[in-house]
Design a protein around this ligand. Structure first.
Ligand SMILES: NC(=O)CC(=O)C(=O)O
Length: 258
């Protein structure tokens, strides 16, 4: 049972709309690490972020046939001690070490909480897109969040956003910010990416953010991009374009309604 959350405090959020995700996992991890380092310095008037978010599937190409090859054993059990530096997962070791170096929270696989996508993405729109995650993945069965010094962060992954009950329960459990790494595509992106985030934000009076990979037309899956952050009134606070980009937003007093 979660204890009640402390009031939300001002913080800086960075979403990394990562590009160059190819077939070599170590190269993907190296690139993600460099981008986290770049994000950690802030940009222009943006301060050093307290929380940095990577997209869904940042260490492998997105596609259900790739998942078995890139899968890693994480071995994390909530509430039990876990030494991320000795993890069997190359991805967790990288994230944990860079999180310590830049002194920020990272959503991408760092290990204070682990969320497994609950709702698997199975879609078949004739002539447009066919994708069946359930052929190679098993859905998660738990709702997950973590407490940072500035607020309670609820987690989901991509397709999870289409199930309003999940965001609602997170909000009822005191989450003030919901972050769902995601990878919508060229069919569902223009229709629903912004609509769903604004809906979940307004339904629940929370901040909502989704972080996408950059669009790569040479890849098998064409991600929509447009990583964004929405405030509890449903206003889009910032939005990326399609390419590789880091977007920052200060969640300041003007957005925090007590
Ligand atoms: N990729 C997903 O999990 C979901 C998606 O693209 C959509 O819901 O649209």
């Amino acid at each position: 049972m979660l204890t009640s959350a402390a009031p939300l405090r001002a913080f800086t959020l960075a979403l990394i709309q990562l590009g160059s995700i190819g077939s070599n996992k170590s190269d993907n991890l190296r690139h993600a690490q460099q981008m986290i380092l770049r994000a950690s310095h802030g940009q222009g008037s943006a301060k050093k972020p307290d929380l940095i978010v990577l997209p869904e599937c940042f260490n492998s190409p997105y596609g259900h046939t790739h998942f078995p090859k890139y899968a890693e054993v994480i071995g994390f059990t909530p509430g039990k001690p876990y030494d991320a530096s000795r993890s069997g997962s190359e991805t967790v070791r990288m994230l944990s070490s860079i999180a310590r170096q830049v002194q920020s929270w990272i959503i991408g696989g760092e290990l204070v909480a682990m969320h497994r996508k609950v709702h698997l993405f199975d879609i078949d729109i004739p002539g447009k897109i066919k994708f069946k995650e359930s052929e190679t993945l098993t859905g998660g069965t738990t709702l997950n969040s973590f407490d940072a010094e500035f607020g309670r962060i609820g987690l989901g992954i991509c397709y999870d956003i289409r199930f309003p009950e999940m965001a609602m329960i997170s909000a009822r459990q005191g989450c003030q910010v919901l972050i769902y790494p995601g990878a919508f595509n060229m069919t569902t992106g223009p229709l629903h990416w912004e609509l769903l985030q604004r809906s979940r934000a307004v339904d629940n009076h929370v901040f909502m953010a989704m972080c996408s990979p950059a669009r790569d037309l040479s890849a098998g899956y064409h991600a929509w991009g447009h990583s964004m952050v929405v405030d509890p009134m449903g206003r889009v606070l910032c939005e990326a374009a399609e390419g590789e980009e880091i977007i920052y937003v200060d969640i300041g007093k003007e957005y925090i309604y007590e």
